[in-house]
Design a protein around this ligand. Structure first.
Ligand SMILES: [Zn+2]
Length: 95
């Protein structure tokens, strides 16, 4: 089965699935019932496996939700930074 596009004379576009090589040249429009001619368009090529697609996908994903980092940033010493000298602040609950 392949998906074919048809365009009605009123401009509406719809898709229909037919076996390859047996798609009719005209189909009745699902909205107005008029004859719709088949439109030849580029096939939907899959680029989901490419490295460029993965980069775009991870960039879009990290825009709203940053990725979890499991290791610390190299080159930075792991030292707790002291923001307050009040000893009572150490007893406050930590997140
Ligand atoms: Zn129509």
């Amino acid at each position: 089965m392949a998906t074919y596009e048809y365009r009605c004379s009123d401009g509406s576009l719809f898709e229909a699935s037919h076996p390859i090589g047996s798609a009719p040249d005209t189909l009745p429009c699902p909205s107005c019932g008029g004859p719709s001619r088949r439109v030849f368009s580029a096939p939907h090529l899959s680029r989901s496996g490419s490295q460029a697609f993965r980069l775009i996908d991870s960039t879009q994903r990290s825009a709203a939700e940053p990725e979890v980092v499991n290791t610390r940033i190299p080159g930075r010493p792991r030292r707790a930074q002291q923001y307050s000298s009040n000893p009572l602040h150490r007893t406050l609950p930590r997140p």
